[in-house]
Design a binder for this molecule. Structure first.
Ligand code: KIV
Ligand code: ZN
Length: 387
């Protein structure tokens, strides 16, 4: 039977930290409602101690969302945890996410501390969070660069203190997929009590490996993936929700399953991009404008004959109504005939030659030829065929 993977969305927390992406409470609430409809298991709504505005947003989301778990971030600091608990007071399914840096780099240069003191702070934070809510997720910040034996020691101690989820962030996007996968496998083997908790991936994209690392994580025993819509997040961003979900559903469906309704991916991506004023790159996997667009003659001819020649995903599965044929100077006759047919012109071979000749001269002068321009050309050349 396929293993259920929990999708933990942190668009409203890690994603919203990005310069220029800040949202007000109304916008955050609208996105949270959409994420719940999308089917994510956990919505990380914000970092309540960071500002009164973020506290208000987390509180509003906690009041409204009923099906998804609502999670609030805190450092391993009592005031943070208390504030997170207050913001989650009305949540149907509250989760406090608390943690601390565990790499020697963070211990020395961020906390000026020692491994023993960090372990003690981690345990105290989890115990304190546990006094407010049952569901406590612990993050070992910079776990990607943390010594595995020490990481397992911290994780064992926080599980004993009551943590329900162990988040293993590759905070700096440092790991290679085999390293990250091996880290999760090591924790599965060495953390005492690991079978009573979930292991979560939280991978950043500094080397473009966030999605590959998250998949390596689930392949080695993680059952939760932390991700954001469009992969937004600190620096180069987080693992992209739309990518991991489509990988799980499309390529690994016999091993894993998740509850995301993929037909809402495109519209959710656009909603997030618009509200955050953060445009999605055209070639972005799954949700970019060109993800289902074909522009070279060879590809267009193949797609027109059979979509699967050049598409591994049916655009309907992600909420588009079809793929697109873009007319450029690299397009061939097949694309012109196909587009003309869609406009109601069934061109004979000699007619197609005439249109193609005019089209290609026009296309050479500009980036692409819009459907309106092709329509004008057809109207001029064959006025009697105008519908
Ligand atoms: O990247 C990271 O380590 C984080 C933690 C706060 C979970 O975002
Ligand atoms: Zn992060």
């Amino acid at each position: 039977m396929a293993k259920q993977i929990q999708i933990f969305d942190t668009t409203l927390r890690d994603g919203e930290q990005v310069p220029g992406c800040k949202l007000n409470t109304k916008q955050k609430l609208e996105i949270a409602e959409r994420l719940e409809e999308l089917g994510v298991d956990v919505i990380e709504a914000g970092f309540p101690i960071s500002s009164p505005g973020d506290f208000k947003s987390v509180e509003a989301i906690a009041k409204k969302i009923k099906n998804s778990t609502v999670c609030a971030l805190s450092r391993a600091v009592e005031a943070d945890i208390k504030r997170a608990a207050e913001a989650l007071n009305f949540a149907a399914r509250p989760r406090i996410h608390t943690g601390i840096g565990t790499s020697d780099m963070h211990i020395k240069y961020k906390f000026n501390s020692t491994r023993d003191q960090i372990l003690e702070r981690a345990v105290s934070a989890v115990k304190f969070a546990k006094s407010f809510v049952e569901d406590v997720e612990f993050y070992a910040e910079d776990a990607g660069r943390t010594d595995n034996a020490f990481l397992a020691k911290v994780c064992s101690a926080v599980v004993k203190a009551g943590a329900t989820v162990l988040n293993i962030p590759d905070t700096t996007g440092y790991c290679l997929p085999e390293e990250y996968g091996a880290k999760i496998a090591y924790l599965k083997e060495h953390v005492i009590g690991v079978d009573q908790v979930a292991i979560s991936t939280h991978c950043h994209n500094d080397l473009g490996l966030a999605t590959a690392n998250s998949i390596a994580g689930v392949n080695n025993g993680a059952t939760q993936i932390e991700c954001t819509m469009n992969g937004i997040g600190e620096r180069a961003g987080n693992c992209a929700l739309e990518e991991v979900v489509m990988i799980l559903k499309h390529r690994m469906g016999n091993q894993f399953t998740c509850d995301v309704n993929t037909k809402l991916l495109t519209s959710t991506s656009q909603m997030v991009a618009n509200k955050m004023s953060m445009l999605v790159q055209a070639n972005k996997a799954i949700v970019g404008e060109n993800a289902f667009a074909h522009s070279s003659g060879i590809h267009q001819d193949g797609v027109i004959k059979n979509r699967a020649n050049y598409e591994i995903i049916d655009p309907l599965d992600v909420g588009l109504d079809k793929s697109s044929i873009v007319l450029t100077a690299r397009s061939g006759r097949a694309a012109i005939a196909y587009t003309a047919k869609e406009m109601g012109f069934n061109l004979y071979k000699d007619q197609l030659d005439i249109v193609y000749d005019r089209f290609i001269r026009l296309a050479d002068q500009q980036k692409n030829v819009g459907s309106g321009e092709l329509q004008n050309l057809l109207d001029q050349l064959f006025p009697s065929q105008v519908a």
